[in-house]
Structures are given as C-alpha cells and as structure tokens.
Design a protein around this ligand. Sequence first.
Ligand code: BGC
Length: 365
Amino acid sequence: MDLKMKSLRIILDNQSETGAFVASPAFAHYRYSWLRDGTFIAYALDLYGEHEAARNFYQWVNRVVVSRGERIHNLLRRKSLGEEIPFADFLHTRYTLTGEEVNEPWGNFQLDGYGTWLWGLNEHLRLTGQSVEEYREAIYLSAEYLRAFWQLPNYDCWEENPEHVHTATLAAVAAGLKVAGNCLGEEVYIDKALEIRDYISIHGVREGHLVKFVKEDSLLVDSSLLWVSVPFGLWEVDSELIKNTVWKIEEDLLGGGLRRYVSDTYYGGGEWILLTAWLAWYYNLIGNDNKAEKLIEWIEEQSMDGELPEQVPGRDIDKNALLHWQEEWGPSASPLLWSHAMYLIALAGKTMITNIDNWGSRVKE
Ligand code: BGC
C-alpha cells in the first residue's frame, strides 16, 4: 500500500464512531480530539472524496459547541459586565472522543481551533454542496465567542506562551469570523475579520515579515505563520509580506524538514512532518512544483512502515532535550493523524486545491 492509501487508512481507522479523530492512537497524551488537528484531517478527507467521514467530524464539533451554548452566553455576559475571566472558564482546545473536557494540566484556552473549524466547515460545505442550516447555531456561538475574546492572550497552537497574542492564532480567528459572516449573512463578523487583519498588519509585522507574537519587539518567526496565507488567505501567497515571511522561516527553520521555531525544545525541537507538508502546500499554490516535490519526498523518507510521526530529529536537534522527553513520555507520537492529513493535502497539489480566498480585494487598505 502506498503512503497515500496508508494515510487515508490510518485516518479512517482512527475516527471514533462519534466522528472525533484521535490525535494519535499510540501516544497516551494525544488520545484526545483537537479541533485544530481534526479540521485539517477532515479537510484532507474532503479532498479525497471521503465526505461522509468529514461530515461526521463537523457534526461532532457542532454538538460539542452547541452543548456549550449556555456556557458561551454566560462568558459573553461576564465580559459585558467587565469581569476578568480566568483561563479555566474558557472553552477547551481538546476533548475526549465523546466530547467531554479533559482534566489535564495543559493549556486549555486556545482560540485558534474555533476559527479553524469554521474555516474547515465552510470548505466542507463548499466541496459537498451541503446546506449550512444544521450548523447555524454552532457557527453563531463560535463567532460570538471569537468576536468577544480575540484580543485576549491565550495559548498558541503549540499550547505554549499563554501570556502572548499570536499572529497565527489571530489569522485563524479572522478566517473563522469571515466564514461565519458569509454563512450567516452578518456583516458584523466580516468587519471584525477585516479589523483583525488590519491589526496584524500593524502589530504582527516587523522588518517586512510576519512575527510570532504581536505587539512585541521580537523578530521571532514560527512556521505556523504560513497559515496566515495558506489556507486562511489573509494575504496572498505571492504578496511581499508572505514571500518575506517564507524566506525568513526557511532561513531560520528549514533543514530537511521544517522546525516550529528556533528555541523549540519539545522532543529536542525536531523537524515536523505537518509543517514541512505546509511548506509544500505553499509551494504548490505559488507554482513551484520542484520545491513542493522535494519536501514531499523528504516526508516520504521519514515514514516507518507507512506511519508518519509528529517530528523527527534534524540538523539542529537539542539532544539533551530530546532525551528528556523520551524518558518522560516515550518516543514522539506516531502515527500522528495530522501529519498524515497534511501529507495528503500536500500531495493533492494545486489541482485539487481551488479555494484560497483572496482577501486583498475586500480589505480597505
Ligand atoms: C501540538 C498541538 C497539537 C497536539 C495534538 C501538540 O503537541 O502542539 O498543535 O494539536 O499536539 O497533535
């Protein structure tokens, strides 16, 4: 079985009957379902015609969000009263496969997943021609939540740095709000999305490229900044801002594959399959097939018995940190469903990816 078929098999075999995807079936700490991982997994399935499985995931998220409707309204009420809300009270980033919250000492308050799922849902509806009707309530609740709290510091997509606001997170939030505005016909969400994009252009750009943290002096980049353009489309793939950002990401973080950020120590700060696939996705869209192919080949070389891990040690590995994590938690997660999904997306190439929405023309500059 080739890696494409094996990837689809691994993903489909690890979807729970509830519709949720386990992040990794063989890594205890990842036995949950994340909105972030799950959305890109569902997107990959949609690209390969597995619409039913993708739909089951979106319906699972639908239930997770709607069942927290009262909680969301309560958070909005507290905000309008000017209350300072503790992190513990916000919606979680990961759930058990049956949709319950997880009581582990992890960063739970992360906004990006709620924007990401809205983006993915829209792709799913677009690719299947299904109606938005059954999702209206969840879209509304997610959008109200994001519109109210987008400016708060929260954990980034790597579940770190809770004291910061992160450019990649803001991009996911903006993309989600834009989709919500279009689906529900509510201008107020679209205006907020455009406001966030403007905010990024003021506070999330240094020396001509995007930076990891907004409103900081740091020039640090993070590979997740690719998401700002692919797939969230706040700037086009061939805009100067994105080209400069990709240049800086490659300069600082590309070995054979892509690391998350320079001072990363999780499993020694290895090279991540899913981020390398992201860069290939970018090159697919910008029309540089050679670069995309080279990155895809690198990913294929990392598979072991058809399984893709989260990360592999690369040129800049911190050996002591790697050892520390291996002693703590065992080998790095493998197979990671999100890695397989991103490989599938990169492999689909530009032929199957048709909708990187162009925000440029809609934005008041
Ligand atoms: C990553 C998250 C991811 C989770 C499950 C964490 O280590 O930082 O981005 O959602 O693993 O794959």
